[in-house]
Ligand binder design. Structure first.
Ligand code: RIB
Ligand code: CA
Length: 309
């Protein structure tokens, strides 16, 4: 099977960094675009360049939206640290950005590469703006595979962080009309960096394994300090990539999903209609339901080993 061509839109972020590694190993990355989310755009872009250099990638990196379309900027430094990628001794990047118009890059690249996937693992600001500026791309892409939403929240009771940061952008994406895959919290929480899994990565030779072992340790320590019953950090973002490269590791169901924009307590919620009624609208989204976590972690670990030297 040929590798899927993707544009990865991300906000590194510890789990975004792992998504970059899996994507570099198993996809044809046409480009990486950055968005404000886990940290301000300068940090998420810097962190993306760090990962590009650590992996020795030759892919273009384009900086994107500084802030959400409507909402005020919000960050997740309480999870990822002030830099957005705390917890490891990271080399300063030598690469520089190839541009600061991620939206234009997405549009041009989609038009030049029919059948590419858009894989957003942060707030959906860039993707939404590209769809609004160039509606034709909705029919040129193979689809959108995103990390976001879920049957429960994390930033609030109802809303997951990526959707919560820019609900208006998410609303545009969930209503774009093409193929959409959603890796929500109810599936990403099945995929955790337990201590045993982290120790396996730390035991690998090479710089990347050292760095990713330390980053996963920081991420898991942060998660376990904030949660009562989790045995490791939920490694969200790689699943949005792996569902394209290793679909056999997942179960999914098609459902109608809408984004709540106005609820006092529910703004940013992904409302998944699971009712068994003929009146329910046709599905707009493949909602991932389960993942074979052990096999998925083997895929991610192998990707780290592949680039660690
Ligand atoms: O809620 C988890 C998501 O928010 C992940 O993509 C993480 O990187 C943060 O962006
Ligand atoms: Ca992310």
């Amino acid at each position: 099977m040929s590798k899927p061509a993707i544009i990865l839109d991300c906000d590194p972020g510890h789990d975004d960094a792992l998504a970059i590694i899996v994507a570099a190993r198993h996809t044809d990355i046409l480009g990486i675009t950055t968005v404000s989310g886990n940290a301000p755009i300068e940090s998420t872009t810097h962190n993306t360049l760090v990962m590009k250099d650590l992996l020795g990638l030759k892919v273009p990196v384009h900086q994107g939206a500084v802030r959400p379309i409507v909402a005020e900027p919000q960050y997740a430094t309480y999870v990822h640290g002030e830099s957005g990628l705390d917890g490891a001794d990271l080399p300063a990047p030598t690469s520089t950005v190839d541009g600061t118009d991620a939206v234009g890059f997405i549009i041009d690249t989609v038009r030049a590469n029919e059948g590419a996937w858009l894989v957003p693992t942060g707030p959906l600001t860039n993707i939404a703006m590209a769809l609004r500026l160039a509606p034709d791309i909705a029919k040129r892409i193979a689809g959108i595979s995103l990390m976001g939403g879920g049957t429960f929240g994390n930033r609030t009771t109802a809303a997951e962080f990526n959707i919560w940061v820019d609900p208006e952008a998410a609303d545009i994406v969930y209503r774009y009309g093409g193929p959409l895959i959603m890796a929500g919290l109810h599936v990403t929480h099945q995929f955790r960096a337990t201590q045993a899994r982290i120790d396996k990565v730390k035991a690998m030779p090479g710089q990347l394994a050292d760095v990713m072992g330390d980053l996963m340790q920081f991420f898991t320590n942060m998660y376990m300090s904030r949660h009562h019953g989790m045995d490791g950090g939920a490694v969200h973002d790689p699943l949005a990539v792996m569902v394209l490269t290793h679909p056999e590791l997942f179960t999914r169901k098609n459902a109608h999903v809408v984004i709540e924009l106005n609820g006092t307590h529910t703004r940013g919620m992904t409302l998944i209609d699971e009712r068994d009624l003929r009146e329910v609208k046709a599905g707009n989204c493949d909602v991932l339901m389960t993942v074979d976590a052990e096999a998925a972690f083997d895929v991610m670990s192998e990707a780290i080993a592949h680039f660690s030297r």
